[in-house]
Ligand binder design. Sequence first.
Ligand SMILES: Cc1ncc(COP(=O)(O)O)c(C=O)c1O
Length: 403
Amino acid sequence: MHQEIIERFNSLKEKQLSIDITRGKPDKDQLDLSNGLIDIKIPTSSEDGVDLRNYGEPFGIIEARKLGSELLNAPIENILAGEQSSLLLTYQTVLSNFLFAEPTPWKNLENPKIICPVPGFDRHFMMLEDFGIEAVPIPLLDDGIDLNVFEEVLKTGDDFVGILCVPKHSNPSGEIYSDENLKKMFELGSNYSDKFLFLFDHAYLIHDFLPTPEQKPLWKVVEESKVQDQTVVTTSFSKVTFGGGGISFMATSGHSLDLIKKVRTTMIICPDKLNQKRHVEFFKNVDNIKHHMKKHAELVRPKFEIAYEYLEKLPKECGSFSRPTGGYFITYSTSKPVASKVVELCKDLGVLITPAGSTFPKNYDPNDSVIRLAPTFVSKDELVDAMNAFITCVEVAHFGINI
Ligand SMILES: Cc1ncc(COP(=O)(O)O)c(C=O)c1O
C-alpha cells in the first residue's frame, strides 16, 4: 500500500506543480460578475444632495447606509458605511477602545485579553498582537463557541475586554453560530461586564453555496439580548464585488458608536463616496445582492465539491475535514500531530498551503493538527492537482513514509 503512495508522490513531483491555495480569494470568473461596476454611470450627488466628489458624510452616504441597514437588519442610525475594508473597521474598533474606552482605556489595563474561538482568522490574531492584547483561544463547536469553556475562562480574571467571532461560515472551519449559542454568549459576557465587547466579523454573511442553517439576523438577537451598546458587527463587499474594492459596513450603538466615530474623525475625513454610490446603483437593493451571490455560489460550489471528493478518498484514520456550506475555506484536522509535516511535503510538491498553526494565536496549534485549505482562487484543473498532492502528503505524513 505504501508503495502506491510513494509512486503517487513521485509522479506528482515530476509534474513540477506551482499552485497556491493559501488565501481565500475570489477567482477571476467571480470578479467578472461585477464588471458592470467599472464603467457604471453615476450622478455627482447623493440622493439627499451631497456632492459625492468632495469631502463630507464621514459615516457614509445615506443610500449606502440604507443598504447596510437592510443587509445587517439594523436601524440606519446604527449603521456606518465605510471604505473598502471591514477588517479596517474592526481594527479601528479595537484601536478606539484601546485608546479611549471608558472608564478604562484598554491600554491602561495590565493584561487586556480578547477571547478568540479557534481555529480562527490569522489576521485577527495579527491585529491583536499589534496592540499587545492577548488572544485567548476557546474551542468552536458545530453551533458556535463552547459556552462551558467560555464561562470557565471568564472566571479566571477581570481583564477580558471582549470576544472576536466570525458568526457565519467561520474562517476557516465553516461553523454557523445558532441563535441560542449567541444569546447565551451575550448573557454570559454581559453578566461578566457591561463593558465586555462582542465583536462580530460577519465577512461571510451572504456567502452560502449550499443550503445553510437559518440564522436570525444577528442584530435582532443583539436587540433581544439588549447588548447593542457593547456589540460591533462588520461586513463588506470584498467577496461580493471586488477584493479590496467593495464597501464596508458596521452596525453598533451607544458608546461603541461614539468611540468609532471619535477615532475615525481623526483618521479619515470621509470614505470614497463615489464607490459607495457605484455600489448602490449597481445593486439597488438586498434582493439583487442575494441574486448576485447565487451566481458566486454557482462558481464556488464546484470547487468545494472537487475538494470534498478528494478528501473523501483519504482513510478515515488520517483525520477529518469540515464541510462548510458557504465561505471560502475547508479545514482538515490530522489525527496525528503532523500538520506542519503535511504543509512542508506539499511545498516540496509545489503546492503552497497556509502555514500550519496560523489559524491559532501566536501560530501555535497545540495539536499540530489543523490545516486550512482555500480552494477558490485556482482553476479546477489546478485544484485537482493540488488536492491530489494534499491527500498524498497527508498519507505520507500519517503513515510516516520515508520519501
Ligand atoms: C473573516 C474575515 N474577515 C475579514 C476579511 C477581510 O475583509 P475585508 O476585505 O472587508 O477587510 C476576510 C478575508 O479573507 C475574512 O476571512
